[in-house]
Write a protein that binds this ligand. Structure first.
Ligand SMILES: [Zn+2]
Length: 261
């Protein structure tokens, strides 16, 4: 079990403690650490790697050189099916963070992912982008219902990725109750959930480095030629990673912990 405490939490508590002490000695000086603490509270949901509310895995091992590929927001027949064909052809194993209600509609695709050696994580039941502002009960339900949709397809996962990658104070207690951990990412293509596909591979490869957890999407792509163009970009990503000497390894091996139960 990973430790509950993180550097982010330590820094936050230290700032609060400093503010508390200074409030007695030099009250005006307490403003600075207090201001830093409040600024960190406001920014922390967007920077899961800080570990301000709890630990999120955002990178993996960098030796030997390699990355893990993750695909969010599926499954969807127009994208996930052809993607699985491509990954099988290239002998690449990826991780899919799937939305519960899509998994419930296409359990066949979930079963195919696992049968072909991919890993599957929970990306919430309904992909509510405001989830981190909801009540604890709602956050817990979104985690649990996502797991249930996967269980119906025969998958029991340990990994959760919050919608739009934003974390919050209610997320980590909900994950602990389910015995799960949070997974973020360190490299993305700014594809806006596949609404911006042109130049995807180039944007992604520009700054990719060993150890990265790479975020892509297998959400539907707009336009008649959308899915084809998108698959071409994914192919270029695979080629580009190989050209840079970066292996693609399963997420569990990349982060040294199991993803599936
Ligand atoms: Zn998403």
């Amino acid at each position: 079990m990973a430790p509950r405490w993180t550097w982010g939490m330590g820094a936050a508590l230290a700032a609060l403690a400093a503010a508390g002490v200074l409030a007695f000695v030099r009250p005006w000086m307490a403003v600075l650490p207090l201001g830093l603490f409040l600024a960190a509270c406001a920014a922390a949901p967007f920077f899961p790697a800080w570990g301000f509310f709890g630990r999120t895995v955002t990178r993996g091992r960098d030796d030997p050189p390699g990355v893990a590929l993750t695909f969010d927001d599926g499954p969807h027949p127009s994208t996930t099916g052809p993607l699985l064909d491509l990954l099988r052809e290239r002998e690449v194993r990826a991780a899919f963070f799937v939305v519960g209600r899509h998994a419930a509609t296409h359990p066949d695709l979930i079963r195919r992912m696992v049968a072909e050696g991919h890993e599957v994580g929970n990306h919430s039941a309904s992909h509510d982008v405001w989830l981190m502002l909801r009540r604890s009960r709602t956050v817990s339900r979104e985690v649990r219902d996502g797991c249930q949709a996967l269980a119906a397809a025969g998958v029991r996962t340990l990994a959760f990725r919050p919608p739009v990658g934003i974390v919050g104070p209610r997320l980590f207690p909900a994950l602990r109750r389910e015995g799960m951990f949070a997974v973020g990412f360190s490299r993305r293509a700014r594809d806006f959930g596949n609404r911006r596909v042109t130049g995807l591979a180039e944007r992604l490869l520009r700054g990719v480095r060993s150890g990265d957890i790479v975020l892509l999407h297998d959400a539907p792509v707009p336009g008649e030629d959308g899915p084809g163009r998108w698959l071409g970009e994914v192919r270029r990503v695979l080629d580009g990673l190989a050209a840079r000497g970066l292996a693609i390894r399963p997420l569990s091996r990349h982060i040294d912990r199991p993803v599936l139960r």
